[in-house]
Write a protein of this length. Structure first.
Length: 253
């Protein structure tokens, strides 16, 4: 559910930001500012309001744009939208489902946040369907075309995670001609990615989430066995951690 909300939120924020930028230009104000800048700020502010996590929104939009000039208005918009959203509705898109499950999220807790006391197993979902080491290139390409994943896990005959295949790595093989029919997953895969385990606390996985390039970070039974058992939506986990940090840093009134 969280992942299905995340992308529409970015799209809606970008649309509203672009509309606002267009109206500003038509009124002969700020005509030198590109509409794309308004779209990025709108994207970040709506994401921050939805998740109550300005830090997450700032990081995600900066990763998309890599534009330092948009950071001052982006930071201001994200903080303002978060404060307004918290006034209107105390729960975020991440914490409301947890509260419904009976998880208490006390904003007065002295810890980093009740949400980060959850484990990876508490928010883990099914793994991205893996491919075998001997899967043909054509089947791998078809998997990418029929899914929204930017990486596919690769497992061996013992169901152990041995690596991943990135979508943008496939282009290096497209010029192989008739030899492409003989290319298999083992030829394309990267080394094993950063992984999580079910018993890790959310408060301990922040560095792994930041280093990972994958939308869905693999979860293995243990780092030694490397048996693929699930995945964690990177955006969801970062949202929970970011909100917990912001809750802790909010002064009591």
């Amino acid at each position: 559910m969280w992942s299905s909300v995340f992308t529409p939120t970015l799209f809606l924020g970008a649309s509203l930001g672009s509309l606002f930028g267009t109206l500003i230009h038509e009124s002969q104000l700020g005509s030198s500012l590109p509409t794309g800048a308004f779209a990025l700020v709108g994207m970040g502010s709506l994401l921050a309001a939805t998740t109550h996590s300005p830090l997450l929104a700032i990081l995600m939009v900066f990763e998309l744009s890599l534009n330092y000039s948009v950071m001052p208005p982006l930071m201001l918009a994200c903080v303002a939208s978060t404060l307004i959203a918290r006034r209107l509705y105390p729960d975020s898109i991440y914490t409301e489902p947890l509260r419904r499950k009976g998880v208490e999220l006390d904003r007065e807790t002295p810890d980093i946040g009740a949400a980060t006391e959850l484990t990876v197993g508490d928010i883990m979902q099914a793994p991205v369907p893996p491919v075998r080491e001997n899967t043909l290139f054509a089947e791998i390409a078809d998997r990418f075309l029929t899914s929204t994943n930017n990486f596919l896990p690769v497992i061996d005959t013992k169901n152990r995670l041995v690596g991943t295949i990135a979508l943008h790595d496939l282009k290096e093989w497209l010029s192989s001609g008739h030899e492409l029919a003989a290319v298999i997953a083992y030829d394309v895969l990267r080394s094993p990615p950063y992984c999580l385990t079910p018993n890790q606390k959310l408060s301990a996985i922040f560095p792994t989430l930041l280093k990972s390039e994958q939308r869905n970070v693999p979860v293995v039974n243990t780092l030694a066995d490397q048996h693929l058992v699930g995945s964690v939506a990177r955006a969801e986990a970062l949202g929970l951690i970011s909100e917990a940090i912001s809750i802790r840093s909010t002064p009591k009134v």
